[in-house]
Design a protein around this ligand. Structure first.
Ligand code: ADP
Ligand code: MG
Length: 225
């Protein structure tokens, strides 16, 4: 049996079509159920549903052979013991610094003000500000980061953004991009050694599905010459 760990939401919704193209389809009723272990059309492959930030943990301990996790989550949690063979190119977003529209970030930097920054991504934020030589106080949050500058918990946030709609709705503006993010397939290194053929075949099928999806996207939205 091969176990693949996924989080509900964007990653689940965008991984299912790739799995389907790789011959591992999931019944819509099963996908919508509250079950945490979801069978697939392949009796040798099952999905487990976990929190996004827990995916690397399940894979690192071998409770799942494979998982799908955002680059943000992988950078925060570390990748020891994990093999990262495929960038799935899904759940694309970027990690950025955002502030209130009326906050002058550039001036605060020039003054050398010690800013308070609220984020779920403490590791990524620490590295980013250290590289800029900025001293900041990091405040760890677990969600709704956009609220922090509005109620003066923080001057800035570090959060993932895709369309920017949530920032706009809360009168925040993006002032720096830290990294671009997409979801990666991760594999437990021991699983790959014990089940090389089965996992290798699944990785090949997923890699082909990703290439086909990206080719279809390119032909739907050709880049301007
Ligand atoms: P959670 O809120 O539990 O962290 P999400 O489903 O919001 O779970 O995010 C899971 C992953 O999807 C993130 O780690 C990130 O890689 C990606 N992601 C998060 N927000 C967005 C977004 N707005 N657009 C695209 N991808 C996103
Ligand atoms: Mg979220």
């Amino acid at each position: 049996m091969i176990t693949l760990a996924l989080s509900k939401g964007r990653i689940f919704d965008e991984t299912l079509p790739l799995l389907e193209a790789a011959g591992v389809s999931v019944d819509a009723v099963q996908a919508d159920s509250r079950r945490l272990i979801v069978p697939t059309a392949d009796p040798e492959v099952r999905l487990i549903i976990v929190r996004a930030s827990d995916v690397p943990t399940y894979v690192r301990y071998g409770a799942a052979d494979l998982g799908v996790a955002g680059r943000d989550v992988l950078l925060e949690s570390g990748v020891e013991g994990l093999y990262q063979p495929i960038d799935l190119g899904i759940a694309r977003c970027r990690l950025c610094v955002a502030v209130r529209q009326d906050f002058d970030y550039a001036q605060a930097i020039r003054r050398g003000a010690r800013m308070r920054v609220a984020t779920k991504y403490v590791e990524c934020a620490r590295q980013h500000f250290a590289a800029k030589g900025m001293h900041v106080d990091l405040i760890k949050l677990y969600g709704s980061m956009e609220l922090a500058p509005l109620v003066s918990l923080a001057d800035a946030i570090v959060d993932v953004v895709s369309s920017g709609g949530t920032l706009r709705a809360n009168r925040l503006v993006e002032v720096e991009e830290i990294l671009s993010i997409s979801a990666r397939l991760i594999v437990n290194q021991a699983s790959l050694k014990t089940q090389p053929r089965r996992i290798g075949a699944l990785l090949d099928a997923v890699a082909r599905a990703v290439s086909a999806q990206q080719a279809a996207e390119r032909s739907a939205h050709p880049s301007p010459k």
